[in-house]
Design a protein around this ligand. Structure first.
Ligand code: SF4
Length: 347
């Protein structure tokens, strides 16, 4: 398999050009075509000579690939399915991942996948149920930005699709570097949010090395209950994740939020709201309440609207900013926790 150009830094693109017997400035032209102009074919790169393109394409592939399917929700949310080939110790494995474009007024947010499947095993999540099929590389991640019809209109990105981004952080941080570099997409880091269940050593790397926003999947403030939902609680308890986060400044431009999916009769009463308040007290943050979409073989339903509103109001009156997130793309199985529900090859 040829090496992919997508995902390379400017310096690496210059090195690639030189390796093909070309001048280093061709590397800058490649960065411009791949990242600013989002070119998906060699033919579009008209200011690079035909001979130079032939030399490059003999040694490298662009790394872009078309979606194999897309479906649009009645609310305008659009889900794309991309094929990926993941390197595995047992050899390459073909799989697919989903990217979801969510329109909201002028905003176009892309919910990006970082892994095919996931190995974190959260009990309420369809991706977790699918098992793990491999890590995406930076090209697979960036291709989700480039190969959708709304590519040029995208304003924001959330690493909230399939996979745990901190379990594939080398590829994710490389993609973020391309997204935020002047020679890359040129985005402000404030347009990007990384969502994690809190893999502490890698979270520290992320907090030290990036200034993107952070979202933490919390879902329950009581350790033994959270452990029932999320095996990660054993290795990286939420209290320690929050202790780490308290060491960073979230009072300015950088924001931290906590995701809290509401399960009827499990984590949605006053006791839970007050425990959550104690856990987060004094931290500049926001709590997002998420409607749960029932999945097979999981005992809980979503809390009723009135229960969610009461939970939100209690947190707000306790001094914790809390909102109920609008569920988008529900009719196309694109809402939180529903990804890979329909297209999983295990079905
Ligand atoms: Fe993985 Fe996130 Fe699903 Fe947990 S919720 S299994 S970390 S994709």
């Amino acid at each position: 398999m040829k090496e992919k150009l997508l995902g390379k830094t400017l310096k690496e693109l210059e090195t690639a050009a030189v390796a093909c017997g070309l001048k280093p400035f061709v590397g800058r032209q490649l960065a411009d075509w791949l990242y600013s102009k989002r070119a998906r074919s060699w033919d579009r790169m008209v200011n690079i000579s035909k001979a130079a393109r032939e030399a490059l394409s003999g040694a490298f592939e662009l790394g872009t690939c078309e979606a194999t399917a897309s479906v649009t929700s009645s609310d305008g949310t659009r889900k794309y399915l991309f094929p990926v080939v993941c390197g595995r110790p047992s050899g390459p494995e073909a799989s697919s991942v989903e990217a979801v474009m969510i329109p909201d007024g002028e905003r176009r947010t892309l919910c990006v996948s970082s892994q095919a499947g996931c190995r974190m095993g959260c009990r309420f999540c369809m991706t977790g149920r699918q098992g793990f099929h491999g890590n995406l590389d930076a090209a697979d991640i960036l291709n989700q930005f480039i190969s959708i019809d709304e590519s040029a209109e995208l304003t924001n990105a959330v690493f909230m699709g399939m996979g745990e981004p901190l379990d594939n952080y080398d590829a994710v941080s490389r993609a973020i570097e391309v997204l935020t570099a002047g020679w890359g997409f040129g985005w402000s880091p404030k347009r990007i949010t990384l969502s994690t269940i809190g893999v502490i050593p890698v979270l520290r790397r992320f907090l030290d090395g990036q200034s993107c926003h952070l979202a933490v999947s919390l879902h329950d403030a009581f350790p033994e209950e959270r452990l029932e939902l999320m095996p990660v609680q054993k290795a990286y308890p939420a209290e320690e994740v929050i202790r780490l986060i308290r060491g960073y400044d979230f009072s300015g431009q950088r924001r931290v939020s906590f995701e809290y999916t509401m399960f009827a009769g499990f984590n949605d009463d006053k006791r839970h709201a007050d425990a959550l308040t104690r856990l987060l007290r004094g931290l500049e943050c926001r709590v997002n309440l998420i409607r749960f979409h029932k999945i097979p073989d999981f005992p809980y339903d979503c809390s009723a609207d009135g229960v969610m509103e009461a939970f939100r109001d209690r947190l707000n009156s306790n001094g914790i900013t809390c909102t109920i997130r609008t569920s988008r793309g529900q009719d196309i199985m694109a809402a939180c926790g529903m990804l890979a529900g329909r297209h999983s090859h295990r079905e």
